[in-house]
Design a protein around this ligand. Structure first.
Ligand code: SUG
Length: 453
């Protein structure tokens, strides 16, 4: 293991900036919020400002906060690959007329949910002492399958120093290796700087799995084979990894990622009783591997129904460590609006015997309407002081960067986007000039197709 252990390791939450084309297209099968809000008018400016406000308030609360840029949308390259030709105007007009569902997909700002950007193993757990990254293939939906190429470039640009950072290829983008990244991966440890155990949660087994144990209505987006491949790429041994199946009934109730029903931090695993197909077996496997006692915080179905878990996104909270060992739970505003959930937060979580000592409520409604809560919006990367020092670009949030990004959003973003607006060539142009400026603010070089030529 690396000597990075305990060298001022901090978890940096890299939030995805909400892109200028943020819209509601009802693209995500099995994601109840996305399916029910398709066709609504969105407010990209409000979405981006809500995301930035969340980042800023966590920065002010003393947490390390990073930022990842959105992607180039509309993805005209994807439309061209599907046979639409001519000028940008012609491609957009013809796609809007002949294949509006494809136009909506290539306009999605879904890269904001960076919990799906990839899987990360901190250096303390890696034999070569480097931080390991695998961008997720997101092959289960067309609009998200468009992300990994640029995601890989962005991660390689920021985590550039080969002495500290290792990048692995995206898994084959085929159903057997369906991978949705850190949304189905939780690291448990005494503290961020101590060696950890990696909990990989999958929805189905591709080879030799029993269909009787799979969801019936909605797709299982992560396979066991994908999780195992990522663990192998990162060099994790059997003693460091646990593979647990998500409860199929939960997936059918709208729990399309594990982070919609469980969140871990340090030694704490906060989870709903219906999170895992084999609850006891999962806890036992973790305990057998962990060097520190696991602190399970179980929410029973009598306290919070599966439906309440899905509408409130209680488990899509960020659970963050304070220097004194206590933890802060960052929940979406929807938790406050749900009586059973809010009571559970007070009576079971805050008053219970566990390190959760504080709850912060954040308004990320623009993202929530597409099924993305506080935890979806961030990719966790535990970094030592030397690794933070080795980051390229200007991606760690401070007062000045927050002010610049806020002004950038206010300069470039629309406050209203209806489905019909997506064919507007002006929107595509606005987005390109906004992104060009953003790469300069973040100092990450050329990462977008239009910059690479
Ligand atoms: O993949 N929604 C995303 C939400 C991802 C949430 N991420 C985590 N749970 N980590 C998805 O389902 C909706 C886009 C639309 O319908 O316009 C969407 O892609």
């Amino acid at each position: 293991m690396s000597d990075a252990a305990n060298l001022d390791v901090r978890e940096v939450n890299f939030d995805g900036l909400v892109g200028p084309t943020h819209n509601y297209s009802g693209l995500a099968l099995g994601n109840v919020a996305s399916m029910s809000h398709g066709g609504l008018v969105s407010n990209p400016r409000e979405g981006a400002l809500q995301g930035l406000a969340k980042m800023k308030s966590l920065l002010d609360a003393g947490f390390a906060q990073g930022v990842l840029p959105p992607q180039q949308r509309p993805d005209l390259g994807a439309l061209r690959a599907l046979g639409f030709s001519g000028t940008a105007h012609e491609v957009l007009t013809r796609a809007a007329r002949e294949a509006p569902q494809l136009l909506r997909a290539v306009c999605s700002a879904s890269s904001m949910w960076t919990a799906n950007a990839g899987t990360v193993t901190p250096s303390v757990d890696a034999v070569d002492g480097r931080v390991h990254f695998t961008p997720a293939n997101l092959q289960s939906s067309f609009h998200r399958f468009l992300e990994p190429e640029t995601t890989g470039r962005v991660l390689a640009a920021i985590f550039h120093d080969p002495h500290h950072f290792a990048h692995h290829p995206v898994l084959p983008a085929t159903p057997a290796f369906s991978d949705e990244g850190a949304a189905n991966h939780t690291r448990l440890s005494a503290s961020h700087g101590e060696p950890g155990v990696h909990l990989f949660v999958y929805g189905r087994q591709a080879f030799g799995g029993d269909p009787a144990h799979e969801p019936r209505h909605f797709p299982a987006r992560q396979t066991l084979e994908a999780s195992q491949a990522v663990a192998r790429q990162h060099g994790l041994s059997d003693a460091q990894a646990v593979f647990a199946q998500q409860h199929p009934e939960a997936i059918d109730a709208g729990v399309f990622h594990n982070d919609v029903i469980a969140v871990g931090n340090g030694p704490v695993l906060l989870y709903h009783e219906m999170a895992f197909r084999d609850e006891q077996g999962t806890l036992d496997a973790l305990r057998a591997r962990m060097a520190t006692p696991l602190i399970p915080v179980r929410v029973p179905v009598e306290a919070v129904s599966l439906q309440d878990a899905v509408t409130s996104y209680l488990f899509n909270s960020q659970l963050l460590s304070q220097p004194d060992g206590s933890m802060t739970l960052v929940v979406p505003g929807e938790c406050q609006e749900n009586e059973a959930v809010w009571r559970t937060i007070q009576d079971l979580l805050l008053a219970g015997h566990n390190p959760i000592g504080e709850v912060l409520v954040k308004d990320v409604k623009q993202s929530m309407r597409n099924g993305g809560g506080p935890a979806c919006l961030r990719l966790r990367v535990a970094l030592s002081a030397a690794e933070r020092q080795a980051l390229s670009g200007r991606v760690l949030l401070d007062e000045a960067l927050y002010a610049e990004l806020t002004a950038w959003v206010e300069r470039h973003y629309r406050d209203r986007l209806a489905p019909d607006d997506l064919a507007d060539p002006q929107l595509a142009e606005e987005t390109l000039s906004a992104l060009d400026e953003l790469t300069q603010i973040l100092q990450i070089g050329s990462v977008y197709p239009f910059q690479l030529g």
